[in-house]
Design a protein around this ligand. Structure first.
Ligand SMILES: [Zn+2]
Ligand SMILES: [Zn+2]
Length: 372
């Protein structure tokens, strides 16, 4: 396989243009601190223009750069509770006016050559604080690019809601001790859509707001941006490198996301860079997000980069696994969408570390929709 360039980013972040605490330049610095290559700011129902481009760290001896892009998170403010949050990227224009009809909104995104992902699709309520859940509800929609498989703040919210008082307190101050994996309902939904032949790209994000708690004169940030940018991220793979021209690089990032040449990494548990999932068969090779004809069989290979528990999953069922190994090889004889989960122990508990996008193996019984 040809050389692939890898870049990590976070695609769901808020500023004071909606309900976040820090503006774009400060968010870029937090992304640099966390070692990200790109960051996409998605304020609620507003596409902030004029801030996209490369931002640099201040230190000239070790100057680094991060690409900041803007999309938006659109939902119908008139609907209560305010469900159906849609992450929208690459449209180049404001589409919040289409929010009332989720299918019309998705159609408008596609007409504008953009991408869209259903955000925190199985979000839970915060009953302790009387906050309703904001899941995706209108599942009849078609034509979306994918699902936000892992939303870190939604995972924290789930622990606060379902855990004991002490777990809830730990979730607020040491979320990494209580967050285990994406919501199983979202993974089950993903597997169901994949098994039905839908092409669905998975992404993972922070949903960082820089949440501040105020008690009188004391102001405390409980989920700082730089911390959240070191947690769940989306890594993209590209045959073409970024070259420092932000418009060129923006196109590369959106192309990789559209193709599903990407995986979700919980980088706090250990860097997930270097993870690879590929397929080799008589009809060629493929990487995450691609489809390939099954023919007489296809060899799937996952390289985790560290000893871990690697699971190969087809339509919700584990078809092969490797325990305490760095890689897994499997010969598929059946068509279908195959994806990889890598789990590792962190603070005494097995936790999801990497979630790949699927490789679609097509035969007489399994066909996948063409990409948009
Ligand atoms: Zn949201
Ligand atoms: Zn959000």
């Amino acid at each position: 396989m040809s050389l692939l360039y890898e870049y990590s980013g976070n695609l769901h972040v808020h500023t004071p243009y909606s309900d976040g605490e820090a503006y774009h330049a400060e968010i870029a610095q937090a992304a640099l601190l966390a070692g990200l290559d790109f960051i996409i700011v998605t304020d609620h129902n507003v596409l902030v223009q004029g801030v996209e481009g490369y931002y640099s760290s201040g230190d000239s001896a070790d100057r680094r750069h991060v690409l900041l892009l803007t999309g938006e998170e659109i939902h119908d403010r008139m609907r209560l509770p305010q469900v159906n949050h849609l992450l929208v990227y690459g449209t180049g224009r404001e589409l919040a006016a289409c929010a009332a009809d989720p299918q019309a909104l998705i159609n408008a995104v596609n007409a504008a050559n953009g991408l869209c992902f259903l955000a925190h699709p199985h979000d839970t309520p915060l009953e302790r604080f009387s906050e309703p859940a904001i899941p995706w509800e209108d599942w009849q929609v078609r034509g979306f690019t994918g699902l936000e498989i892992w939303n870190y703040m939604s995972s924290v919210k789930q622990v606060i809601n379902e855990g004991t008082f002490w777990q809830a307190l730990r979730a607020a101050f040491r979320p990494e001790e209580v967050v285990i994996a994406p919501n199983p309902l979202t993974l089950a939904k993903w597997d169901a859509l994949l098994s039905a032949g839908e092409r669905v790209v998975g992404i993972g994000n922070s949903d960082a707001h820089g949440t501040v708690v105020r008690r009188g004169l004391i102001k405390h940030t409980i989920f700082p941006y730089d911390f959240l940018f070191s947690c769940v991220n989306t890594h993209i793979l590209s045959a073409q490198p970024l070259n420092g021209d932000w418009q060129h690089d923006k196109a590369i990032i959106y192309k990789a996301l559209r193709q599903g040449h990407a995986y979700i990494g919980y980088d706090l548990l250990g860097s997930t860079r270097q993870f690879r999932f590929s397929a080799h068969g008589q009809h060629g090779t493929a990487i995450m997000g691609d489809s390939l004809k099954l023919g007489s069989g296809v060899t799937l290979q996952a390289l985790a980069g560290a000893r871990s528990h690697i699971k190969l999953i087809r339509h919700g069922k584990v078809v092969a696994e490797a325990v305490d190994r760095e890689n897994l090889t499997y010969t598929a004889q059946q068509g279908g969408a195959y994806r990889v989960e890598v789990w590792r122990i962190f603070k005494g508990k097995p936790r999801a570390w990497i979630l790949s996008n699927p490789i679609y193996l097509e035969d007489a019984t399994y066909r996948v929709a063409s990409s948009l």
